[in-house]
Design a protein around this ligand. Structure first.
Ligand code: PMP
Length: 437
């Protein structure tokens, strides 16, 4: 991406001729359930740049929705995938001993945010990591109930969907969902912004849910996104997670951190929960873990994972060799290229730039929040957020909505300062255009 490149003249949002072809072919054969944000038809990418089928270049602040952590087509990742593909495409790690499977598990154990020994189970996706952790927490505790948060997103398979509570349309028409799941209020972003102590969640759990509805000694686990993703990039106030940990300890409830979106370096630490000083009992990863190949994981304290026996859980493809090669290469690149430090540095620059923009348009940028390269901008309405997202797209910047009225930024962790500046410049133009309408 050439940072010197002038912001392109406002193009029409209509796709070019090649993209038109892709769109019409797609419209004829794919499921209408797919919620496409704008008519983007990517052909290839490198680092933080994406090129569409018509040759238009975009600065990619989506990273395939927080997936392309090392940027598009990082040579170390590509080489690892090519070499592994030539050696062994697949063998089921559920049934046999694959050296690369245990290497990937060890690499995750080495960076797990738990001081106790851990064990790792590899999956193909975030939702499968959630399903596995859901089964494991019921099995290990012998308890039926599970708690998650309003605004949570944990995936769309039935167990994960039952924990999800970010949009009514995700549940509508699909019930009955998994029994025994309770949703409680998440952290309040306003309190976090003011630097106050946020006791709403604990109050609700103690004084409403546990008093009238559910015996806490029958609760297996609380599933929590340390920074809520699809719900609107919400960062809890300091101390909120520690209070939750304390409550879990008091009742013997497992704390499950869903770091599918916030993990693998996105926030400037390997896991977002590390910013809180809290250790989870189980941690979930996917998305950025393998730079775009399908790989997820649930990592549990060994005493928990060891509670279930042979055949209790398995997966034909989970931790297949090629995704493991990509996962190992991704962790290597994060380490060798200092991507945690870069995420912190560029994230701070991005936040600073957005706060300056907020100062100019305080009625339009209602809130700017985030940690590292997981940044949300709250607008007064969903319509305005969508208009900003479209205006940015037309100028060559890819951003995506989250929640009802938030635009999220989740660029590759390899993004550099000039790309941050270009992104800020394009976003400012998009905001000015939308404000002027
Ligand atoms: N958990 C979280 C926090 C997520 O953000 C997502 C995906 N947006 C999932 C789980 C589900 O992951 P997948 O789409 O890989 O199933």
């Amino acid at each position: 991406f050439d940072p010197q490149r002038p912001v392109p003249d406002v193009r029409t949002a209509l796709p070019g001729p090649a993209a038109q072809e892709v769109l019409s072919a797609d419209g004829a054969v794919t499921s209408p359930s797919l919620p496409r944000a704008y008519p983007l038809a990517p052909r290839r990418g490198w680092r933080s740049t994406l090129e569409d089928v018509d040759g238009n270049l975009f600065l990619d602040f989506n990273a395939g929705i927080a997936v392309n952590s090392t940027g598009h087509a990082h040579p170390t990742v590509v080489r690892a995938v090519q070499e592994q593909a030539a050696d062994l495409l697949h063998y089921s790690a559920s049934d046999f001993f694959l050296p690369i499977y245990s290497q990937m598990c060890q690499a995750l154990a080495d960076v797990a945010p738990m001081s106790d020994p851990v064990r790792v189970f590899l999956t193909n996706s975030g939702a499968e990591a959630v399903e596995g952790a859901l089964k494991l927490s019921r099995y290990a505790t012998g308890r039926p109930y599970v708690i998650s948060f309003n605004g949570a997103f944990h995936g769309r398979t039935y167990g994960a969907l039952s924990l999800t509570a970010s949009k009514a349309k995700y549940h509508k028409g699909f019930g009955p969902l998994l029994p025994g799941v309770h949703h409680v209020p998440f952290a309040d972003p306003r309190i976090a912004a003011e630097g106050g102590r946020d006791t709403g969640t604990i109050d609700y759990l103690e004084n409403t849910l546990f008093r009238y509805d559910v015996d806490p000694s029958e609760v297996a686990a609380i599933f929590v996104e340390p920074i809520q993703g699809e719900g609107g990039y919400i960062v809890p106030a300091d101390g909120w997670m520690a209070d939750l940990r304390e409550l879990c300890d008091r009742y013997g409830i497992l704390l499950v951190a869903d770091e599918v979106q916030s993990g693998a370096g996105r926030t400037g630490k390997m896991w977002a929960i590390e910013h809180t000083g809290v250790e989870p009992d189980i941690l979930l990863s996917a998305k950025g873990l393998a730079s775009g190949l399908p790989l997820g994981a649930f990592i549990a304290r060994a005493s928990i994972m060891e509670s279930w026996g042979v055949g209790a859980h398995g997966s034909t493809y989970g931790g297949s060799p090629v995704p493991c090669a990509a996962g190992l290469a991704t962790l290597q690149v994060i380490r060798e290229e200092g991507l945690l430090e870069n995420a912190t540095e560029q994230g701070n620059a991005l936040l600073e730039g957005l706060r300056a923009l907020q100062a100019q348009h305080p009625d339009t940028l209602v809130d700017v929040r985030g940690v590292g390269l997981m940044i949300g901008i709250e607008f007064p309405s969903g319509e305005i957020a969508e208009a900003v997202q479209m205006a940015a797209f037309e100028r060559g910047l890819l951003v995506l909505e989250a929640g009802e009225n938030v635009v999220r930024m989740a660029p590759p962790l390899v993004i550099d300062r000039s790309e941050v500046e270009t992104g800020l410049r394009i976003l400012a133009e998009a905001v000015v255009e939308v404000v002027a309408r």
